[in-house]
Design a protein around this ligand. Sequence first.
Ligand code: GRG
Length: 305
Amino acid sequence: MNFADSLGHTEELVEEELARLLESEFVTGASERLVAAMRHAILGGGKRLRPFLVLESAHLFEVSRERALPTAIAVELIHGYSLVHDDLPSMDNDEVRRGRPTVWSEFDDWTAILAGDGLQALAFEILVASSKDDAHSGHGHGVRSSLVAGLAEASGVRGMVGGQALDLEADKLGTPSPPDSAYICRLQAMKTGALIRFSCEAGAILAQAGQGEQSALRAFGTKIGLAFQIADDLLDVEGNEATVGKAVAKDAAAGKATLVSLIGLEEARGELSRAVQEAKLALAPFGGRAETLLQAADFVAERDR
Ligand code: GRG
């Protein structure tokens, strides 16, 4: 299967699983409007890159798709919640996401806040409830608590939430003024990098791989997280709104400092290709087994959406 087909296959799998989840006992008794907002947030779009990274990193260790799927879904639920909250009027104030109205503009802001909260809680609930075969393997509890701890760290104040706070402080409070590239790199590593890094590490956690292999995947995830963010900044400058599925040229219009605005397009392209090279180097210990993850690194850098 080529890379595009493989990513497409994961998109379908994740879509089906999320649709099933949002009709399951996990939402029984919840307000219909709230569940509709959660469905609007999470179904019908998105590249599903993070779940793909979870499934592929698990595949490196021959962990089955079935066993890795709850972790992949949990990561996507966290990502979905972050987008819903990020789009809110009080944060980024976006009306279009994945080519459709954002949750707050389709519903309202309080429903969007609650839908995001609901998606976040659901992520941890399915992670803890997951995997029948873990229970038989004798190490289910340890693996699950490592996954929960890793996801909480990546999505919380030392990761995504902390990075978002640094971003909004610079943007709305003007501190620091002006943000320099060290500040931008730190906030981006937390805001977008941490969840991507965790997605790559998750396979090693599921497989209870040795420290060396886990560190290699962590290094790979850190570098493709950086590449992902530089590519995102470049898309904001060079991308096409219809393809990207959201407003572009927002950063420059808002006078927002990004790596691209600080170091320029050419230098940013150089940083992007360096990050991809370093990501690939980190996977050297896995040899040919890591072929799909190597292709994922190229995809992250070359994507147009
Ligand atoms: C609100 C706690 C909280 C956090 C928000 C991740 C984030 C933090 C905000 C997203 C803002 C943003 C557009 C960042 C740029 C990188 C990014 C996460 C892009 C969207 O991710 P993709 O391209 O989206 O994987 P799809 O739609 O493919 O899932």
